[in-house]
Design a protein around this ligand. Structure first.
Ligand code: SAM
Length: 310
């Protein structure tokens, strides 16, 4: 990985090459190396921005959860469209924010002066200096970090944190749940979840959200605090706040179901390749179920923070 000073180098075309599958663009570099199987097109960028707004609503507009009044240096792992990194850079103009992603979504000219964006694979060991960051943020990387990388990923994060610095992890567990137990094996949403997990589980830890606390504790981080927040797929809740979140999340989910499923379901052979027509039908059905209030469907959203000992 490179330091902030080298980020002005011309981006190698190898990171910008895409391949198109059923009308969606994927980064060729990522697909060839089995890094990430999510689209990288304008449609996905819009979805990530929408999802960021949902997270802001869920977290009451708090970008940074641990008590860090004046962060000087922050690392955002897998910045996507940089929505989080840009807002942190704007809220803390004195802070140097570094974003790292395998795909250069953002044109660096469009970002605040105190934000540096770099291209690299988080599955490789970090080369940032030790004791460098006040906060390392990692959100929605479960489908991008390799199965056996998580322990060293957390160790790397700990190493680059300053003593007393914090890590903040956020992951959705894509195993759909129902508040009243009404989602059965026959539902398309359940099939979507099962297919996503089976197709990726040989490469990625799709259940990592449930393990964040253990991972941080095992790495020797202290003051570890983990929460599970139900993230409703639509506005089914009787409770006002949850209903608002569900209403905001609805469009994100309608776009997320095809975006996350497309490559794994139709291109990976595990458990078996799904023909395009069958994929389209499953997604349409799952979208309708996500929108059915009686199913009370949600994804568990896991949030975890931990601190490097002083
Ligand atoms: C689902 S998006 C989340 C973006 C952002 N963290 C957010 O929450 O809005 C995942 C991002 O991580 C990037 N990514 C996935 N695996 C990666 C890896 N191994 N190394 C670097 N970036 C990765 C993807 O390119 C994508 O931009």
């Amino acid at each position: 990985m490179t330091d902030p000073d080298s980020q002005t180098e011309a981006l190698d075309d190898v990171y910008l090459d895409t391949i198109t599958i059923q009308g969606r663009d994927f980064q060729k570099f990522s697909i060839d190396r089995q890094i990430s199987f999510e689209p990288v097109d304008e449609e996905e960028a819009e979805r990530l921005e929408l999802q960021h707004k949902v997270f802001n609503r869920v977290f009451d507009n708090r970008l940074i959860f641990p008590p860090i009044p004046r962060p000087q240096r922050v690392l955002d792992c897998g910045y996507g469209t940089a929505s989080w990194a840009i807002e942190v850079a704007e809220q803390h103009p004195e802070c140097e924010v570094i974003g790292l992603d395998i795909f250069p979504y953002m044109n660096p000219d469009d970002v605040p002066e105190n934000l540096w964006l770099q291209v690299d694979d988080l599955n490789r060991r970090f080369t940032f200096p030790p004791n460098h960051f006040d906060l390392v943020h990692s959100r929605m990387l479960a489908t991008g970090i390799n199965l056996n990388r998580w322990a060293t990923y957390i160790q790397d994060i700990k190493r680059v944190l300053k003593p007393g610095g914090w890590v903040q992890l956020v992951e959705i567990y894509f195993n759909v749940q129902s508040d009243n137990g009404s989602i059965t094996e026959g539902h398309a949403l359940r099939q979507w979840s099962t297919q996503l997990m089976r197709s990726l589980e040989v490469m990625k830890d799709v259940r990592v959200g449930t393990r964040l606390k253990n991972l941080l504790t095992a790495a020797g981080l202290t003051e570890v605090d983990a929460r599970m927040i139900p993230l409703p797929l639509s506005a089914w809740s009787n409770e006002r706040r949850m209903r608002d979140i569900g209403a905001m999340n609805r469009e994100n989910i309608q776009k997320l179901l095809p975006a996350l499923g497309l490559y794994p379901f139709t291109q990976l052979t595990q458990p078996q390749r799904m023909p395009p027509q069958q994929f389209a039908e499953l997604i349409t059905q799952a979208q309708q179920e996500a929108d059915t209030p009686g199913l009370k469907a949600y994804f568990p959203l896991y949030v975890c923070i931990g601190r490097k000992p002083q």
